[in-house]
Design a protein around this ligand. Structure first.
Ligand code: SF4
Length: 334
């Protein structure tokens, strides 16, 4: 039985970039299914800014926020709260907003705080985007398809720093980091070999990532005559750089999801996790995964030598890069 009469909806976004981008089909379905409702979304400020172009909500509330901030943004207590993070604290926060309907994933410690605790399938049986879509049903919203259009990039009107400007010619964005852990990070020596090959083919190399990726990005850039932008770009700026790239190659990290979302030809290298569960959404995403029998294990570190990533040769990634570049040449990318 689904609820009706939702005029004020509180939406708690995931904290991670990749998860938020995989939730875009749900966010679009909610906006289309509840056109008259006032929707307030709460999440990390950088994610709210990045997703603003989708126009799926009426008010944005940077996390952390108090229950009274939610009421202020909605003009009253929410009728419903939809909680995407699976944590106890996010369900507890939704309960404290006073929302009479509270929807989220079921879990032993928090289901009692929800009015609609939605059971999840075994990890990897369904794409995470489809798991998120299932959260729409209790609100009477038709979930629709997993497909999404390219993310419109808003908030580009920041100071144009020449140091983070895109090269004038064709370029590749390479993202050798993954905050999750070594079981998602392809070997730096292979990244360098790939970067040299792309540079020899006439692509300028931009090595991108967070501040913690700076040593690897600098090594990669210096070996290929490219530039490292690690830790120097906002999410919106990274999205702009990805959108203009000939190809983006990334470990299974937020950058891969960002590249897929803006419609860039994207190659993503999977290690310990499941591409069936969390492959980036996008029109030109090419997954490279050579899974051994122990995969997926979802570990951050590996006790047996990260065979899943060792199995991925430079030639495998390079072949995927060529397929992705053909997508662009064929006009598959809008
Ligand atoms: S146990 Fe297997 S799947 Fe997990 S990180 Fe190690 S090699 Fe990869």
């Amino acid at each position: 039985m689904h609820v009706t009469g939702v005029e004020r909806l509180f939406l708690r976004l995931p904290n991670w970039l990749g998860d938020s981008l995989m939730a875009r089909p749900l966010l679009g379905a909610l906006r289309a299914g509840l056109p008259a409702a006032r929707i307030a979304a709460c999440g990390p400020k950088a994610l709210l800014e990045l997703l603003e172009g989708d126009r799926c909500w009426d008010a944005a509330i940077p996390w952390p926020c108090a229950p009274q901030d939610v009421a202020a943004a909605l003009g009253g207590r929410p009728d419903a709260a939809l909680v995407l993070p699976p944590s106890f604290s996010s369900a507890w926060h939704a309960w404290r907003t006073g929302a009479r309907t509270r929807v989220g994933f079921a879990a032993d410690t928090r289901s009692m705080l929800l009015t609609h605790a939605v059971r999840r399938p075994a990890r990897g049986d369904l794409h995470l985007g489809r798991e998120y879509l299932a959260l729409a049903a209790p609100l009477g919203v038709d979930a629709g398809a997993l497909a999404v259009s390219a993310l419109p990039i808003a908030n580009v009107a920041e100071v144009e720093d020449p140091a983070v400007r895109a090269p004038s010619g064709p370029y590749a964005v390479l993202a050798p980091g993954a905050a999750y852990g070594p079981a998602k990070r392809w070997a730096l020596a292979r990244w360098i070999e790939l970067a040299k090959a792309l540079s020899a083919e006439g692509l300028a190399v931009l090595a991108c990532g967070g501040a913690g990726d700076a040593p690897d990005c600098e090594a990669l850039a210096s070996a290929s005559g490219g530039r490292s932008l690690a830790g120097r770009t906002s999410l919106v700026r990274q999205a702009v750089l990805c959108a203009g790239a000939e190809v983006v190659v990334s470990n299974d990290s937020g950058m891969a999801h960002l590249a897929g979302a803006v419609g860039a030809p994207t190659v993503v290298i999977f290690g310990s996790t499941s591409s069936a569960w969390t492959a980036p959404l996008g029109p030109a995403v090419h997954v490279v995964q050579r899974a051994p029998v122990c995969s997926p294990c979802f570990r951050r570190t590996c006790a047996i030598g990260v065979v899943c990533l060792e199995n991925v040769r430079v030639a495998d990634v390079h072949a995927a890069v060529e397929r992705a570049r053909r997508d662009r040449a064929k006009g598959a990318i809008a």
